[in-house]
Ligand binder design. Structure first.
Ligand code: E4P
Length: 217
């Protein structure tokens, strides 16, 4: 399973990339606003750090506007993935941009039928938002299972990019279901390494090591 980080914070991206944990990056207008930086400038900087897909989202809602914005964003770097919303215009833009060789991430997916449409439009990635479904008392992970089944039934090669990930459990469930990618905030990705018995084990080993009076260097 590929790991993308869901942030526009360049320091966090660099940190995770240095740990070999990053296969790509996703951003959205809210994350760009949070970074306080100029959109294209921050995307360009991220694309220099990470070789994999870097999602940059259009803000136009009509087909022609999405194509204009998408083509402009693609000029930033060859790993820019144009992110479009799951609307009819978004699907049209997805089809046209894919035909022109762009990578496209169709975002804001909340149903299996929406995911089916994105695959038919040739999306590179579909982004189902599990956390936001959990927020309204639905089981976000059920959607991932449904999409996996449907894509496998018909051999669609659109990658399932599990988004709106809030917990380490979301990541484990996504991996068990066989999702292709998860995108998660930096703290959630880093949290995967955490276990109280690991911390306790380090503490015990170091206490015993101290008793030996030795040093390695
Ligand atoms: C995905 O591409 C989105 O940027 C993101 O995962 C949304 O997450 P949120 O629901 O925590 O805002």
């Amino acid at each position: 399973m590929k790991f993308f980080v869901d942030t526009a914070d360049v320091a966090e991206i660099r940190d995770l990339a240095d740990a070999g944990l990053l296969d790509g990056v996703t951003t959205n207008p809210s994350l760009i606003a949070k970074s306080g930086r100029a959109f294209k400038e921050v995307i360009a900087e991220i694309c220099k750090i990470v070789e994999g897909p870097v999602s940059a989202e259009v803000t136009a809602l009509d087909f022609a506007g999405m194509i204009r914005e998408g083509n402009d964003l693609r000029k930033i770097a060859k790993n820019v993935t144009v992110k479009v919303p799951l609307t009819i215009d978004g699907l049209k833009a997805c089809k046209a941009l894919r035909a022109d060789g762009a990578m496209v991430n169709v975002t804001l997916c909340f149903s299996a039928n929406q995911a089916l449409l994105a695959a038919k439009a040739g999306a590179s990635f579909i982004s189902p938002f599990v956390g936001r479904l959990d927020d309204i008392h639905m089981e976000g992970m059920n959607l991932i299972s449904e999409i996996r089944k449907i894509y496998d039934n018909y051999g669609f090669d659109t990658e399932i990019l599990v988004a709106s990930v809030r917990t380490a459990n979301h990541i484990k469930q996504a991996a068990l279901i066989g999702a292709d990618v998860v995108t998660a905030p930096p703290a959630v990705l880093k949290g995967l390494a955490k276990h109280p018995l690991t911390d306790k084990g380090i503490e015990m080993f170091l206490a015993d090591w101290k008793k030996t009076g030795q040093t390695i260097l």
